[in-house]
Design a protein around this ligand. Structure first.
Ligand code: ADP
Length: 314
């Protein structure tokens, strides 16, 4: 590992294939009614998308990360690329499309009550194709972990997972959103990660508490993954291993300020731990420790901790 890092920059240990968006967020006292124009109180533009979020989470925790994606450079696409580079994430696997818009999420938040309304335009994320993944295939040589979510087309993820399997790279599928089309990836998945709502949807079983999460995890395990981690918000994680054995790993009690992006921080931490060769439960704990810090701060990428901040937690 050290030898690779000494050469021309570190070889990516974690490769993330997925979405990247610009989130455009307005704050107003309440949400506007149809046809209404309201005066806003604040505006912010921040990089997002589950793929980019998870890449940033892993990079902050010290993993050498490469991103496989597609970004339109109209509107604010170039800023998205610059933001990845500023985190030390390798971007040569990102296909730049001068003719397209990047993914954009227009988010309206009410300052009184916190309700929100979101319009998400996938832009270039919807165009990620297997050929784009092939163009970045070299990134998987020497990588330890490949991470994907379901915000880009399944054929591209399938291609990445096939290449990963051939190269002996551990695959993590974060089945968010829980699109039925993602099920075809399960035979190529080592780790399946989803929250309890997604687990129920993906397994076609009722949602509920710990017991239901366990049932969903065991049902999903039969479709191919070797480990299923169901995240339960403040209740932590239910880990289901290949034997069907279930372990509940409680979350640290923190004062939650903003839980948006908790799952992305968790996945980035899990990927980092696995890339470092940690045992399953230890890698889950690393993800949980990072997520516990992230939820205690506002923002998504801006709330993700650096490795040194985790020292006390672990
Ligand atoms: P998602 O954001 O995908 O819905 P969760 O809400 O389940 O995911 O959160 C992912 C992980 O983040 C949890 O398993 C837990 O370890 C941690 N986490 C989330 N919310 C809290 C919280 N309020 N306190 C402590 N840890 C939390």
């Amino acid at each position: 590992m050290t030898d690779q890092r000494a050469a021309a920059g570190p070889a990516a240990q974690v490769v993330v294939v997925g979405s990247i968006n610009m989130d455009m967020i307005s704050l107003s006292k309440r949400l506007p009614a149809p046809g209404e124009t309201l005066m806003g109180e604040a505006f912010a533009m921040t990089p997002g998308g589950k793929g980019a979020n998870q890449a940033v989470a892993a990079a902050r925790l010290g993993a050498p990360v490469a991103f496989l994606s597609r970004v339109g450079t109209q509107a604010h696409g170039r800023e998205l690329l610059a933001a990845l580079a500023a985190e030390g994430i390798a971007t040569e696997g990102v296909v730049v499309d001068e003719a397209a818009l990047p993914g954009i999420a227009v988010i309206m938040v009410a300052s009184e009550g916190g309700e929100n309304s979101i319009v998400y335009v996938p832009g270039s994320n919807a165009d990620l194709a297997p050929a784009d993944v092939d163009a970045g295939a070299a990134l998987l040589q020497g990588a330890r972990v490949l991470v994907a979510q379901l915000e880009v087309p399944v054929p591209a993820i399938r291609r990445a997972f096939e290449l990963a399997r051939a190269a002996g790279v551990t695959t993590i599928l974060n089945a968010a959103p829980a699109l039925p089309a993602g099920a075809e990836l399960l035979p190529l998945t080592d780790w399946l990660v989803l929250n309890e709502t997604e687990a129920a949807q993906f397994a076609g079983l009722p949602a509920g508490g710990l017991e239901e999460a366990g049932q969903a995890a065991r049902a999903l395990l039969l479709q191919g993954p070797h480990q299923v981690a169901v995240t339960l918000g403040a209740q932590g994680v239910l880990l289901c291993e290949a034997t069907g054995a279930l372990t509940h790993l409680p979350a640290r009690v923190v004062k939650a300020v903003d839980t948006v992006g908790a799952g992305d921080t968790f996945v980035g931490g899990l990927a980092t731990g696995l890339a470092e060769g940690m045992a399953a439960a230890d890698a889950v704990r690393l993800g949980q420790a990072a997520a516990a810090i992230a939820v205690s701060r506002s923002g998504v990428q801006s709330a993700m901790p650096r490795r040194a901040e985790l020292a006390e937690e672990l």
